[in-house]
Write a protein that binds this ligand. Structure first.
Ligand code: ADP
Length: 306
């Protein structure tokens, strides 16, 4: 068994509009790198990021703690996190650390976990950030590509995205509240009309069909969410302009990335992605907000670094 292992895991976008808590897509925009090293006892975390270092408050720390208990691991573990996915912006930052930690602990202790067990372990760490467990981001970050989370019992469907799919993420420079995920969940309606549920179901199934048939245009043009987006968009300055501008510049669909505040535009090879990025930045600027734009593609999942 090795003494030390480093795993790199990608950022991700959850929901893709109507696939709330079900869809995830790994993005090659940012990556976290987690190194686990055996030590005599305990769990210690070091990081270059501005994130909690108490093991129970850190998603990677909680993954390691849960794995130690579940698999009766006696060794202590040192965790070093190179934090590159911005935390709290809807880019699956806490999930990237959790995903990398789950894959690393599996390899370091030769646990032989299958895909669903790895996702479940990574998801157990999300409790440290969101307070509740959601598998959409961790599933994408562990497995890569497009994922559909089936709950109870947990099982994840993974589909390789079409090569032609392109995205632009706009990450606004705003201060996100500490409990952002809880805040953005609290505004979602608990009762919805049959009409709205049919619209979202039609959109979500079309997105899944787009991934299954490798049709980038079908994916982007199916991104329509009449339930969560209307309830959340007021939390993102300039959202309506960002969306309108991106669509005008050639995006086929636009969604809030996860719980926000990042916004993601979908398009396909051949589109002028720089123009879409500039249009999104202009949309944020109309609300006196600066943003970082990243043109990206789907990513592979968490991988061990040689
Ligand atoms: P996102 O996953 O979209 O970045 P979340 O709200 O789920 O947003 O997670 C961000 C919160 O999780 C932050 O408050 C951060 O302090 C906390 N957190 C705990 N552990 C980590 C970690 N390893 N990486 C990033 N954020 C973490």
């Amino acid at each position: 068994m090795p003494d030390k292992i480093t795993v790199k895991a990608p950022s991700s976008t959850a929901n893709l509009g109507p696939g709330f808590d079900v869809f995830g897509l790994a993005l090659n925009a940012f990556h976290d790198e987690v190194t686990l090293t055996r030590q005599d006892s305990g769990i210690n975390i070091t990081t270059d990021g501005n994130i909690p270092t108490r093991p129970t408050d850190n998603t990677a720390g909680l993954v390691v703690k849960n794995a130690k208990r579940k698999f009766k691991i006696r060794d202590g573990i040192k965790i070093d996190i190179k934090k590159r996915v911005p935390a709290g912006f809807g880019m699956g930052s806490s999930a990237a650390s959790a995903a990398a930690a789950a894959v690393a602990v599996d390899r370091l202790f030769e646990l032989g976990l299958d895909s669903d067990a790895l996702v479940e372990l990574a998801g157990s760490g999300e409790k440290a950030s969101a307070g509740t467990i959601h598998y959409d981001n961790v599933a994408a970050s562990v497995l890569g590509g497009f994922v559909i989370v089936r709950d109870n019992p947990l099982s994840v469907i993974r589909i390789k995205p079409p090569q032609s799919l392109r995205m632009c993420v706009a990450v606004p420079s705003i201060t996100v509240p500490k409990k952002k995920t809880q805040a953005s969940r609290s505004v979602i309606p608990t009762m919805i009309s049959l009409k709205d549920s049919i619209t979202n179901l039609s959109s979500a199934t079309s997105i899944a069909a787009g991934f299954a048939s490798g049709d980038s245009h079908m994916i982007g043009s199916s991104i329509r969410d009449v339930i969560v987006e209307p309830a959340r968009q007021h939390m993102i300055p300039g959202f309506a302009s960002v969306k309108r501008n991106a669509l005008k510049a050639g995006a086929t669909g636009v969604a809030i990335s996860g719980a926000g505040p990042s916004v993601i535009a979908f398009s396909e090879k051949g589109a002028d992605m720089d123009e879409i990025a500039a249009a999104m930045a202009k949309g944020f600027a109309s609300a006196k907000t600066r943003c970082q734009t990243i043109i990206c593609k789907p990513s592979v999942g968490a991988i061990v670094r040689g």
